[in-house]
Design a protein around this ligand. Structure first.
Ligand code: TYD
Ligand code: MG
Length: 451
């Protein structure tokens, strides 16, 4: 017989308290006391019996390829590392309104041969039906359940025996063992732990949708992220149609893969050739635009960088960026000032990465420098040019990884010339490429090459 009790613990010093209070009187920390479930199992205390696990010799373990449940969403599959692993827990986080519920409903509806159990604590049946109609695929094997109590969820899942369970969202679920309100640290942890126990027992994969906090991390305890097998983030600019799915943790695959979607009026569209959408289609060439050959995960993306350099109106010049680290822009400007003699200190510089995505591959540096120079001179860069190199503090153009892959992609997309670092030339097989490769060693050399 399992008896459940709860108690209050300080997360800072671990002291047990009989009731909640704002301040722990043992360590004097504020807001550290949380309610926790203590399961008192009488039988466990006596002897373990013969059912306890025995140590296993590593060499005697048979490894078969884990059979994965493949979804019909190629982007989602790739980010997962090839599909859902039975019994695993996937946590999907993202800003409100970014499309988490839409993505999950769409993934579920595209698998008519699988039985899906879709638990929603946020929306009514009518709302979900309306969304499903918008996405407009056959919906014949999806069971909706509007419930927040984890005991009922687990009981229904036991009866229904679904192939996949989706819970929208983990912050709305509650376990009856704990009194604190839904979404609180202890509720989120206990509910997730309960669902996880069931997932491992039944071998049914769970996808949990999670809210995020103001700073972008998943709301609730950090231990939630430790508990689950895969942590995914669905991000993007709400004003642009693009959404990027990425993983920050994946026990069954790489965390470097990304999936790209576009939000349409009929749901999310998988974008299989992202380079096309990330480059604006312009008729005539304009100044201040340069194309970077970036790597996101194992995927090459052609990204358009736009710069606007204009004389500073106010005393202090403004620097503003979207999608790029502002400190790195300042560094690149300082390098330009010192090495190319540009008086950029008296100019406002605005930088924009099109498509509303955030870039952190340093290979974008050279394209940024080129777009700034182009806007400053007001001379357009040939639209057939693209750039892939990092810029160092002394103005040297530095090599970047996976250069062959980038060159191949640029060539495939019809670019005529790619600017790379001289140090990337070593061991590079240039025979097969029809694209012209321009190797540079310093940013001073670039000026004469691009204009
Ligand atoms: P939603 O999936 O409800 O977001 P989350 O669960 O992350 O809070 O996001 C829906 C948003 O997407 C909403 O603002 C409307 C828009 N949307 C579309 O543009 N097209 C569609 O087909 C659907 C279903 C939603
Ligand atoms: Mg939602």
């Amino acid at each position: 017989m399992t008896k459940v009790k709860t108690a209050f613990f300080c997360t800072n010093c671990g002291t047990q308290h009989s009731k909640w209070s704002g301040k722990c009187n043992a360590c004097n920390e504020w807001n550290t006391i949380v309610e926790e479930v203590i399961i008192v199992d009488k039988q466990k205390k006596t002897t373990l019996g013969d059912s306890r696990p025995k140590p296993v010799l590593l060499s005697s373990i048979n490894v078969e390829e884990t059979p994965r449940i493949s979804t019909f969403d190629m982007e989602f599959n790739r980010v997962l590392g090839g599909g859902l692993v039975p019994g695993s827990i996937v946590l999907l986080g993202g800003e409100p309104g970014i499309g988490k519920s839409t993505l999950m409903l769409q993934v579920a509806l595209n698998m008519p041969e699988k039985k899906i159990f879709y638990v929603s604590g946020e929306e009514s049946y009518g709302q979900i039906k309306m969304r499903a109609e918008r996405i407009n695929t056959g919906f014949n094997n999806l069971y909706l359940y509007s419930e927040t109590n984890t005991l009922s969820i687990v009981t229904e899942a036991k009866n229904l025996k679904p192939d996949i369970v989706i819970v929208d969202s983990i912050q709305t679920t509650t376990t009856p063992y704990i009194d604190s309100s839904a979404g609180s640290v202890s509720q989120v942890r206990e509910s997730a732990a309960e669902l996880q126990r069931f997932a491992k027992q039944s071998n049914i994969p769970f996808i949990l949708i999670g809210h995020i906090t103001k700073d972008g991390s998943i709301a609730g305890p950090k231990v939630l992220e430790h508990m689950v097998d895969v942590v995914m983030q669905f991000e993007g600019d709400r004003n642009h149609g693009y959404r990027i799915l990425r993983t920050s943790k994946n026990r069954f695959g790489s965390t470097s893969e990304i999936g790209i979607y576009e939000m349409e009026s009929y749901g999310l569209r998988e974008v299989s050739n992202p380079s096309e959408i990330l480059i604006s289609h312009r008729e005539e060439s304009t100044s201040g635009v340069a194309i970077a050959v970036n790597l996101e995960g194992n995927r090459v993306l052609m990204i358009e960088t736009q710069a606007l350099v204009s004389p500073a109106v106010y005393g202090t010049p403004q620097r503003s960026t979207t999608g790029f680290d502002a400190r790195r822009l300042n560094m690149l400007l300082a390098v330009l000032e010192k090495r190319c003699g540009f008086r950029l200190g008296a100019k406002d510089v605005f930088l924009n990465i099109t498509g509303g995505i955030k870039v952190d591959d340093p290979a974008i540096d050279l394209a940024i420098v080129a777009s700034i120079l182009s806007s400053n001179e007001d001379i357009a860069i040939d639209p057939g040019f693209c750039f892939a190199a990092e810029v160092g503090l002394s103005g040297e153009i530095r090599p970047i990884p996976k250069i062959e892959q980038r060159i191949a992609e640029a060539q495939k997309l019809g670019y005529r010339q790619i600017f790379i670092s001289k140090y990337n030339l070593k061991g590079l097989n240039q025979q097969s490429s029809t694209i012209r490769i321009k190797a540079l060693s310093r940013i001073e050399d670039m000026l004469s090459e691009i204009f």
